[in-house]
Ligand binder design. Structure first.
Ligand SMILES: [Zn+2]
Length: 281
């Protein structure tokens, strides 16, 4: 599932292509993706210019000069494919193992196109409400790369929590954009065991954790995200951060930090966590 660094990489590619361009049409090939498509979605953007492509957590927001805003979430397997040339290019689809049958939304601009392709259909394309809000954004926690997110925020929100810190980091209402990969990697960098109860971690360690999260996400963005199964950038290029994983997907391999122990894999709420028992306490 794309997490913040992958979505940010896609957002940058999308912004480069469509900021300043005018919409010709939005073609909806289905009535729903994860949710039913909103009435009128196909018509709202026609003739309008994209002023900005933003991001909130794992959501992308396309702002238009007519004040409407489109909301895109890639879900588990959603991809945005850019470029008018790509649309009819069978070779691109073959090479990227993309089935055009899953092209659910096609946004056309004067001389460009953006295709939303999503085989598993956990993603979405929607409109923000007229006031700029959306029920899916309403309770999101702070952006981890923004100043409002720090160890004090974590301390305040995690006080008394008996849930494990790993599970809490996946809670988008605590902090937006972190998923399984970056929760595991950040906890390793901070030296915190994923099983530790969130409410039992002292403030200095939470300050370290907030810093580790920012550091990990920033390095991942610089590497273009992590490509495991589905994720690719907007022009089909993979990310490279998977080569820098210290723990994620490395069960049984030696810990590169301490060299003393092998990486372990456990299940927490049905999700895999990876950690080193020697350096994460
Ligand atoms: Zn270690």
């Amino acid at each position: 599932m794309p997490e913040l660094p992958e979505v940010e990489t896609v957002r940058r590619g999308l912004a480069d292509l469509i900021e300043g361009r005018s919409f010709k049409s939005i073609q909806l090939n289905r009535k729903d993706i994860r949710f039913p498509m909103r009435d009128g979605l196909g018509d709202v953007a026609r003739g309008q210019t994209v002023t900005h492509v933003g991001r909130r957590g794992k959501y992308m927001i396309i702002e238009l000069d007519g004040a409407k805003r489109l909301l895109i979430h890639l879900g588990m397997s959603g991809r945005l494919i850019l470029g008018a040339d790509v649309m009819a290019d069978e070779l691109f689809y073959q090479k990227q193992q993309i089935n055009p049958r899953h092209n659910h939304v096609i946004m056309t601009f004067n001389d460009a196109a953006v295709i939303y392709n999503d085989p598993r259909r956990f993603g979405m394309v929607d409109l923000l409400d007229p006031d700029g809000g959306h029920y899916l954004l309403a309770h999101l926690g702070p952006e981890p790369l923004a100043n409002e997110f720090d160890g004090h925020w974590l301390a305040q929100r995690l006080r008394f929590s008996k849930t494990s810190i790993k599970e809490k980091l996946l809670d988008q209402n605590l902090v937006a954009g972190i998923g399984n990969i970056y929760a595991s990697e950040s906890l390793h960098l901070a030296g915190i065991n994923p099983k530790r109860k969130a409410g039992n971690i002292a403030l200095p360690r939470l300050v370290n954790l907030a810093e580790a999260i920012r550091n990990t996400l920033q390095r991942a963005i610089e590497a273009g995200g992590s490509s495991l199964k589905d994720y690719r950038g907007v022009r089909g290029a993979p990310g490279y951060f998977q080569h820098q994983f210290n723990v994620y997907d490395r069960a049984g391999e030696m810990c590169r930090s301490c060299g003393k122990d092998n990486i372990r894999k456990i299940q927490q709420s049905g999700r895999a966590s990876y950690y080193c028992a020697a350096c994460q306490r």
